[in-house]
Design a protein around this ligand. Structure first.
Ligand code: NAP
Length: 447
């Protein structure tokens, strides 16, 4: 691995130099093991500890097949799907790998008793498989996490609708929390030159998801002047949703759970912030009963902040705990766009507020190829900035995922894979200098 790291750090190795490098037969990756699937049985989710189920292990290097690329991963980031993988909820990911493995000979390689997880990366292409023309060894890249086959018509307009759609590093093996990763070459996108490896690795999954949810016509189709209620606005999805809202000429109303998190939102330029902990919102009186008074209190609070307006869009992901409130506070004709159910997937809401007020609930999941590309383009141009807080070493992935599981983090949590330290990999100092104030401002203080 040392030769690869040296070539990358030298900054002047050519594509031929990279092609001549020997590919190691094995590499270190963060894995969950099939044999561990039962270790948390009977425990509450909160007590399932990713530090016990995530192991950094040496695993064999996969050979890139047709249309694939092997990437040296300099840095990666933690997404909430790494939490789900590591606590084996809602299902152990080995079932996904097994199903994928039944597809064809190439996919069969993914069905293993270990799962290298992780759905973001920034790094350098080492090898490409046959039929790959747009990328070559030595290219500096990030990868989005949409894996599709595109053999059926359903996915031809919107690649997320492909019947064989999977999230790389969650529903496929050889993910990004590792020294090497295997991707389909059409997941690759240019690395933003003005960012370090760990900065570049952090927006991918959440920025693309927030882009589809808010900006794309497949999501809420946000327009200038819209009011957008953003739950968890300093978190992974939320910190990019807040930026996309501001960049699109709309107004975010950021909901967070502490004064520090409110500061993170203000640093991004948001003016309207609700601290849900300080306000003491309790949308459920007990496990089975919601409290519409609390929905109305939130609606009143929003109107106070906006000068009497309701929200055009609600960016939903907490799920059961907040969904009733989200449906209530959306304006007449407004959109609730949901991509997750962190607090529970059996949502309850009062349907009278939906149909009588002609609101829409839109389901959204990651982003199609083009949406992921557009979201990355905004980062490349310095319109959207990384919101990175703590950065861990690969050995400490378990702790990094634990932090996200317990909501101890802010923004994104990074992981250094082959990069020996933070701050490396910046190729365009001039562009960085142009955006340095924002880059510093958006770099979230370590919580
Ligand atoms: P994150 O970084 O942990 O941020 C989520 C934030 O939501 C938390 O920081 C918290 O902020 C807020 N939150 C959590 N529980 C809440 C509750 N019960 N009520 C109100 N707010 C709550 O995670 P993320 O990366 O943003 O992901 C959020 C969810 O979206 C996860 O379930 C993830 O799996 C899902 N997701 C789905 C997709 C997709 O493609 N479908 C993509 C990305 C993420 P405060 O404590 O400050 O309020």
């Amino acid at each position: 691995m040392k030769e690869i790291i040296d070539a990358i750090l030298s900054g002047n190795a050519t594509s031929e130099d990279f092609s001549a490098l020997r590919i190691p037969e094995s590499y270190r990756g963060s894995v969950v093991r099939k044999e561990d699937v039962g270790i948390f049985e009977g425990m509450e989710s909160a007590h399932k500890d990713p530090r016990k189920s995530l192991h950094v292990e040496v695993v064999p290097t996969p050979e890139p097949g047709p249309g694939e690329a092997l990437v040296a991963v300099m840095a990666s980031s933690v997404n909430f799907n790494s939490v789900w993988s590591s606590i084996f909820e809602p299902l152990p990911t080995f079932g996904f790998l097994q199903r994928y493995g039944r597809l064809n000979r190439l996919a069969r390689r993914h069905d293993l008793p270990y799962h290298v997880i992780g759905s973001d990366l920034a790094g350098v292409v080492l090898r490409v498989g046959s039929g790959v023309n747009a990328w070559k060894a030595g290219d500096r890249v990030v990868a989005h996490c949409l894996s599709v086959e595109l053999e059926k018509a359903e996915g031809h307009d919107d690649t997320m609708l492909d019947p064989e759609q999977r999230i790389w590093g969650f529903e496929t093996n050889f993910g990004g929390l590792a020294e090497l990763a295997l991707v389909k070459s059409n997941q690759l996108m240019p690395k933003p030159d003005h960012l370090s490896w760990e900065e570049a690795a952090s927006p991918g999954l959440v920025n693309s998801t927030a882009y589809r949810q808010l900006v794309s016509r497949n999501g809420a189709g946000m327009k200038q002047g819209d009011n957008v209620l953003i739950w968890g606005a300093s978190g992974g999805l939320g910190s990019y949703a807040t930026q996309l809202t501001l960049a699109g000429g709309a107004t975010p109303i950021c909901v967070v759970s502490s004064g520090n998190k409110a500061e993170v939102c203000r640093a991004m330029g948001a003016e309207l912030v609700i601290d849900r902990a300080a306000e003491g919102y309790r949308f459920w009186k007990d496990e089975h009963t919601q409290d519409p008074k609390e929905w109305r209190r939130l609606g009143g609070h929003i109107r106070e902040l906006t000068g009497g307006e309701d929200v055009d869009i609600v960016l939903e992901h907490p799920g059961r705990e907040t969904f009733g409130a989200s449906v209530y506070v959306a304006r007449k004709g407004g959109t609730i766009v949901t991509c997750a159910s962190t607090s529970g997937y059996r949502h309850e809401y009062d349907n009278r507020y939906l149909w009588m007020s002609l609101k829409r609930i839109v389901g959204s999941h990651f982003a199609n190829y083009r949406e992921a590309w557009e979201a990355n383009r905004l980062v490349v141009k310095g319109r959207i900035h990384p919101t990175l807080s703590r950065v861990y070493a690969l050995e400490d992935t378990g702790q990094a995922v634990y932090d996200v599981h317990h909501n101890l983090h802010q923004g994104k949590v990074g992981v250094l894979c082959l990069a020996p330290q933070e701050g490396l990999g910046i190729a365009d100092e001039e562009l960085r200098a142009q955006h340095i104030d924002a880059i510093k401002r958006f770099r979230v203080p370590k919580s």
